[in-house]
Design a protein around this ligand. Structure first.
Ligand code: AMP
Length: 380
């Protein structure tokens, strides 16, 4: 049985690795001849808008899923006329536009930060007047990893952002002085079964995820319940099938939904070694209508993204229960090249393992400041 995956990056790579033990085969479509999945699966190199290539890609597949949320919705709808496509293209559509996404959250009664639409640069001042400062201005579509974002703290920032703003719709959000960032990975199967992983605490720098702690330290049971309740509402409203990630700000004891990704997610990489069933396997189980696997955690994990350059494997693997994942990509500044998951049986051991990582990791961009390691240990 062969599944088609739109997008050929590391998420697709890890989906395929999870699918081989289940007897699955994979075919990927990605415009880049460098897409990492070329090492391990059939790859069609073509634009997502190339209907002839989509026809060839779909021929003989059981179903299609995606690992990249900026796949054109039109491509997913074109394929949907021929074979099942999961998650539903409507989820892709909502997740691609921050205004649509936050409006969906609002309509489902899910709290978000206050936001306004900024249709053109000349609307910015009036929106700032209404919402107040500090605020975050984001491009409504095609933004990811902190790209297309401005933090506005004063009038000068507003003037500067206005002069740089492309003529496309933006969203202005109230800046949330959050306690921490959390994400939930939820999964819904074709037959309606749902499951939820424990919340994860995420640390970003420059808009890119650097470190995830899982389960989130000092996780209040009512916060986990609230996250599951929100995720369930989104899953049911979209008749969703597959893994869905929702990112939150925890602020004044509440969760504010920031964004969602209709796919497996970077903050779920820890599940490969740290959960009974990985997010990748559960996504495949869900789209195939197989029973979902347990989302329970097997210990305490830290997932550290390797961005721009790679450590010496022997130094990482010398740390007990350290797991290295290289994605086979050509190094480039700011590029996610791999990740490391550290697993431990207790919070104290996890803190110790973090401190044992080689010097390579004790740079500010890994978010492994001694204070964080200590506070993680204290809070775990
Ligand atoms: P996003 O692309 O929306 O995930 O934003 C990237 C990162 O910017 C988030 O993970 C936060 O750290 C920060 N950020 C985004 N929106 C806000 C906001 N409204 N208030 C405070 N920080 C934010």
């Amino acid at each position: 049985m062969t599944l088609g995956i739109l997008g050929g990056g590391q998420l697709g790579y890890m989906l395929a690795l999870a699918g081989y033990p289940l007897g699955l085969h994979f075919r990927f479509l990605d415009p880049s001849p460098e897409a990492p999945v070329g090492r391990i699966a059939q790859r069609v190199t073509a634009e997502y808008t190339d209907h002839g290539a989509l026809e060839r890609f779909a021929n003989g597949l059981q179903l299609v899923t995606y690992e990249f949320e900026n796949v054109p919705v039109e491509a997913a709808r074109f394929l949907e006329k021929r074979i099942p496509v999961y998650p539903p293209p409507a989820a892709l559509e909502a997740a691609q536009d921050r205004l649509a996404e936050k409006t969906l959250f609002r309509n489902l009664g899910v709290n978000t930060t206050d936001f306004l639409r900024v249709s053109k640069p000349s609307d910015l001042e009036a929106a700032v007047e209404q919402l107040g400062l500090p605020a975050v201005l984001k491009t409504s579509r095609m933004g990811y990893d902190g790209k297309g974002q401005w933090i506005l703290r004063n009038a000068e920032d507003v003037t500067k952002a206005k002069s740089e703003l492309p003529e496309v719709p933006h969203i202005l959000e109230h800046f949330v002085p959050f306690k921490r960032e959390l994400s939930v990975l939820a999964v819904r199967s074709r037959n309606g079964e749902t499951a939820f992983y424990p919340l994860v605490e995420n640390h970003h720098r420059g808009g890119i995820l650097r470190l995830s702690l899982a389960p989130a330290p000092s996780l209040e049971p009512q916060i986990q319940r609230a996250a599951e309740d929100i995720a369930r509402r989104v899953l049911e409203s979209l008749k969703y099938v597959g893994v869905l990630a929702i990112e939150f700000f925890q602020h004044e004891g509440r969760l504010l939904a920031n964004e969602m990704a209709p796919r497996v997610h970077n903050s779920g990489h820890w599940t490969i070694e740290g959960a009974v069933t990985s997010q990748f396997e559960n996504h495949l189980r869900a789209v195939l209508g197989l029973p979902l696997g347990s989302t329970g955690s097997a210990g305490h994990c830290a997932m550290i993204n390797l961005i721009g350059d790679l450590p010496e494997p022997s130094e990482v693997l010398a740390v007990p229960d350290a797991h290295l994942h290289f994605y086979g990509k050509v190094p480039r500044p700011g590029r996610k090249l791999g990740h490391v998951t550290l697993r431990a049986s207790s919070p104290e051991r996890l803190a110790l393992r973090l401190s044992e990582l080689p010097a390579f990791f004790h740079r500010p961009d890994f978010c492994l400041e001694p204070a964080l390691v200590q506070s993680a240990s204290a809070r775990l």
